[in-house]
Design a protein around this ligand. Structure first.
Ligand code: DX5
Ligand code: ZN
Length: 224
């Protein structure tokens, strides 16, 4: 099976000690830092912006980890340069927020950042078809965006399989990232469907166990 990388979502971290929490996740083997940016318009929640990317970027860089920014905001093109400046390695935009998707993807690449695209659970995969050759990551939302701690939408697994087939058909090397409700109990199924990066927030930073124990549970599930 392809080496599946873990992308802890800091949305579920303790923001009173964010740096230490990010470092603990990277020490425990996470290879991405997933930053959920929400504006209270595209999604009901308001979270974090470029300042937090700027704060965590040096920690990620020390581990060679990828700063993976998920933009759940209206008109994301307004903020691409700010996030690039703050140190984003990947900027992922929602197809639902980009009427000029091809141009926005180009704008991300012109900033020297890797472009990703994502779509809400009800948005047909065909909406991505024309831009699949142009992106470095495709993110399948397995919950409705806006909050951590939600349950995985079971229909996502078939969607991941279909997207894997679409990517393979064009010889794409883009990462297939899945985001929302991912736990050690469903990680292997999602990886087997074709995911290469798994986002997990509450299953990494939440619950009674340590971040290291939570990540070890993912590694064990993926090795089984
Ligand atoms: C939801 C975010 C997800 C979320 C994942 O809108 O995009 O990244 O933080 O959190 P869990 O893993 O708890 O579902
Ligand atoms: Zn996310």
């Amino acid at each position: 099976m392809t080496h599946v990388r873990l992308a802890p979502s800091i949305l579920s971290a303790d923001f009173a000690c964010l740096g230490a929490q990010v470092e603990a996740a990277l020490v425990a083997g996470a290879e991405f830092v997933h930053v959920d940016v929400m504006d209270g318009h595209f999604v009901p929640n308001i979270t974090i912006g470029p300042l937090v990317v700027k704060a965590v970027q040096p920690i990620a860089a020390r581990f060679g980890a990828t700063v993976d920014v998920h933009l759940m905001i209206a008109q994301p093109e307004r903020y691409l340069a700010d996030f690039a400046q703050a140190g984003a390695d990947i900027l992922t935009i929602h197809v639902e927020t980009c009427p000029h998707l091809h141009r926005t993807i180009q704008a991300i690449r012109e900033l020297g950042v890797r472009p990703g695209v994502t779509l809400n659970p009800a948005t047909p995969l065909v909406m991505l078809e024309e831009v699949l050759p142009d992106v470095d990551l495709v993110l399948v939302m397995s919950v409705n965006p806006g909050f951590g701690g939600q349950s995985y939408i079971p229909a996502s697994t078939a969607r991941i399989r279909r997207l894997r087939t679409m990517l393979d058909a064009i010889g794409s090397t883009a990462d297939l990232e899945v985001d929302g409700g991912i736990k050690p109990g469903n990680a292997a199924e999602i990886a087997a469907a074709g995911a290469t990066v798994l986002v997990a927030g509450s299953a990494v930073f939440g619950g009674p166990n340590s971040i290291a124990e939570n990540l070890a549970a993912f590694h064990a599930a993926l090795q089984a």
